[in-house]
Design a protein around this ligand. Structure first.
Ligand SMILES: [Zn+2]
Length: 107
């Protein structure tokens, strides 16, 4: 399997556990803690509802087409969105990290 369609292929219970861990860690982050918690919350909603998100195993990146703007982002540690350009956390990167953590948990 080379890619995962996140809306349909993630187990909701496992994802919830991964999200809980991520929120707990983000809450204790020294920098941008609140922004990361918010990014994780948005990422969780998008992972469950946005049909245009695919994780690629080869590039370890999450392809995301925004359901509101129609813009496509490819996110792993970096992103192409305005928030990332300004040095802020963004939900694209949060979503990519959640998928990576999820895959580590189920392996
Ligand atoms: Zn982004």
């Amino acid at each position: 399997m080379k890619s995962i369609h996140t809306q349909t292929e993630l187990d909701q219970e496992t994802l919830a556990a991964v999200v809980a861990d991520a929120v707990a860690r983000a809450s204790q982050a020294k920098k941008d803690s609140k922004r990361w918690v918010n990014a994780i919350a948005r990422a969780t909603v998008e992972l469950e509802s946005n049909p245009f998100m695919t994780f690629n195993h080869d590039s370890h990146s999450l392809l995301i087409m925004s359901s509101t703007s129609g813009v496509t982002y490819e996110s792993n540690g970096v992103c192409q969105c305005p928030a990332f350009a300004q040095g802020f956390p963004c939900w694209h990167r949060a979503a990519a990290k959640l998928v990576v953590n999820y895959l580590e948990r189920v392996q």
